[in-house]
Design a binder for this molecule. Structure first.
Ligand code: ZN
Length: 85
């Protein structure tokens, strides 16, 4: 492997890491908005409903799907449920 291939790989890896980081940041800010009772898209209050909720175990994060009844915004979040022992 020459130095240019290596540099290219580093740039691609760093790029995808940054994109992933911003994706997670956006997700967590959307979840924050939903937890305060607002829709992240149309900013209406109390329009968000939980349409699906599943967990693979008591200590693993829950997969929760939210939907807005106003603008049909829908998103899926994994939420730490914590251990209830
Ligand atoms: Zn909405």
């Amino acid at each position: 492997m020459d130095i240019f291939t290596l540099l290219f790989l580093i740039i691609v890896l760093a790029g995808s890491f940054i994109v992933y980081h911003f994706y997670l940041k956006e997700k967590s800010s959307e979840l924050d908005t939903i937890r305060r009772g607002f829709c992240p898209r149309c900013h209406q209050k109390d329009t968000i409903e939980i349409t699906d909720e599943r967990s693979s175990g008591c200590c693993s994060p829950k997969q929760v799907t939210f939907e807005c009844v106003e603008c049909k915004y829908t998103n899926n979040f994994s939420i730490e449920s914590g251990c209830r022992l």
